[in-house]
Design a protein around this ligand. Structure first.
Ligand SMILES: C[S@@+](CC[C@H](N)C(=O)[O-])C[C@H]1O[C@@H](n2cnc3c(N)ncnc32)[C@H](O)[C@@H]1O
Length: 216
């Protein structure tokens, strides 16, 4: 495993304050609509005893829910260390101590950062990463059965928001950038890795897709 990874500004963008707000939102409201759609779709396919690899899982709401609903273990890879304290508190509150492993690592540049898992999750992550082909390809190669991911629609509106945010980030000297990557190319990356993607959720801000291994 590499000693370190290039956080691409995620460590500053996703800081202690963001982590505290994410944990508070999960405690008071549970999963967001898009996250619930992803968890429910996985549950319908069967997650009993499954190993979960979540990439960019933040405080860990999705993998905690998957563990509560029958998955066995979860590994979370993050670029930002700011979530760790809140994530540990949530694991303890859920009575799931010992079943979650957290690492600061980027699977796209360090293929050994995680083992294969039955289920791979990326919620609101590809939109924070420039080389989405490499990240999704690496994630797909680790998915034994299922991969679920969410992404913003690529519309005039989202492309405008992304451009405005990039201008703001440049102005304040920050490296972080958001992206609205082309869904059809992301689906093609998954298909090339042997997964069959299908759309499972759509709302104003987020789309989600589930991909199942064809030969699995
Ligand atoms: C918008 S936040 C979403 C966090 C969480 N999934 C949620 O929905 O609350 C995006 C997260 O993805 C992480 N991230 C982006 N690219 C990553 C990568 N290649 N590997 C691991 N984490 C990554 C960032 O550090 C950040 O915490």
């Amino acid at each position: 495993m590499a000693d370190c990874c290039d956080p691409r500004g995620c460590d500053r963008e996703f800081d202690d304050r963001f982590a505290r707000r994410s944990a508070a939102a999960y405690r008071s409201q549970g999963l967001s609509r898009s996250a619930e759609a992803m968890v429910s779709a996985l549950e319908r396919r069967g997650i009993e005893g499954a190993s979960v690899l979540e990439i960019g899982g933040g405080v860990g709401a999705i993998h905690l829910e998957l563990l509560r609903r029958g998955a066995a273990t979860a590994t979370n890879l993050e670029l930002s260390p700011a979530y760790d304290a809140e994530a540990a508190r949530l694991v303890a509150e859920a009575g799931l101590t010992g079943r979650v492993t957290r690492r600061i690592a980027d699977l796209a540049v360090d293929a050994d950062a995680a083992d294969d898992a039955d289920v791979v999750v990326l919620h609101r992550v590809v939109c924070c990463y420039p080389d989405y082909r490499r990240l999704l390809g690496a994630a797909a190669s680790r998915a034994r059965r299922l991969l679920v991911f969410s992404y913003p629609p690529r519309t005039l509106l989202t492309r405008g928001v992304v451009a405005l945010d990039a201008a703001r980030q440049r102005l304040v000297g920050r490296e972080y950038r958001a992206f609205a990557h082309p869904p059809e190319v992301m689906f093609a990356v998954l298909a090339a890795a042997g997964l069959a993607p299908e759309r499972i959720h759509r709302d104003l801000a987020w789309r989600a897709a589930l991909a199942e291994r064809r030969d699995g």
